[in-house]
Structures are given as C-alpha cells and as structure tokens.
Design a protein. Structure first.
Length: 138
C-alpha cells in the first residue's frame, strides 16, 4: 500500500480530504500531519514516528502553504536537499497566493494544485498519479 502524507493544520480541511481519500482511494494510506515538525520527524523516523510499521515512509508529500506552525517552503527545501527524499513527489495543495506557487516550483515542488472547496482537484491528481502504469513514479 502506498502512503501519502498530507501537511494540513486546518482540522476541517484535513478531515474532508481524508474522508474523500478513504471513499475514492481505498488503496492509498492517506495520513495527516498537523505541522512541519511532525513531517520532519516522520520522514526521519524520529521519536513517536520511529516505528516504520505504524508510520511508513511516505511515497508522496502533499503540502499546504498556509500554515500557522512552521514554514512549508523551508520543509520543501529540506526535502529536496536530502538525498533520501530528493525524488519523492511533493505536491503543493493550497489556497495560497500564486507567487507562493512559483516559489514552491522553484524549490522543487513536483506540482502545485489550487485548493478547491470540494477537494476533487487533489483526489483526481492522486488517482491519476497512482494509477500510472509505472506505479506512480513520475
């Protein structure tokens, strides 16, 4: 099973995406992190996230750019300079201003998607990505 780790600090947004993913992508292990520190600990298998059976290394990161705790662009940069994660797809899914999308692309985001109320954009992207013949490798 492939794991997607979604960085989102708004409880309603994360719950809505999780529910849509459960309904439409049951083959994907869709997980939520509430802040950038959690994502870093998860990726490094540190502390609470050390158990890889419970917290598998994600196959993809999805980042919201509008966070109250931590800077997702700094996280994106850290992921891209780390050899272990350099090729991991990182999708920016946000309602942030367009200039932040440009910055994210310059830092190595795989794709930027505008957050819509129904969350269909993200779910459709994940469906297409993981149903590619290459097994989701872009």
């Amino acid at each position: 099973m492939k794991t997607v780790l979604y960085l989102e600090d708004e409880a309603a947004d994360s719950l809505l995406c999780w529910l849509k993913a459960q309904q439409e992508l049951p083959e994907i292990d869709f997980r939520i992190a509430n802040n950038t520190k959690q994502v870093i600990q998860w990726l490094n298998g540190e502390g609470y996230y050390a158990n890889r059976d419970r917290f598998p290394l994600p196959h993809m990161l999805v980042l919201d750019l509008k966070m109250n705790d931590g800077d997702p662009l700094e996280l994106l940069h850290a992921v891209r300079v780390d050899q272990r994660f350099r090729n991991m797809p990182v999708i920016v899914y946000s309602a942030a201003e367009p200039e932040y999308f440009q910055q994210a692309l310059e830092l190595g985001a795989t794709k930027c998607l505008r957050k819509m109320d129904d969350r269909v954009t993200l779910i459709d992207y994940l469906k297409n990505h993981f149903q590619q013949p290459s097994g989701g490798v872009e």
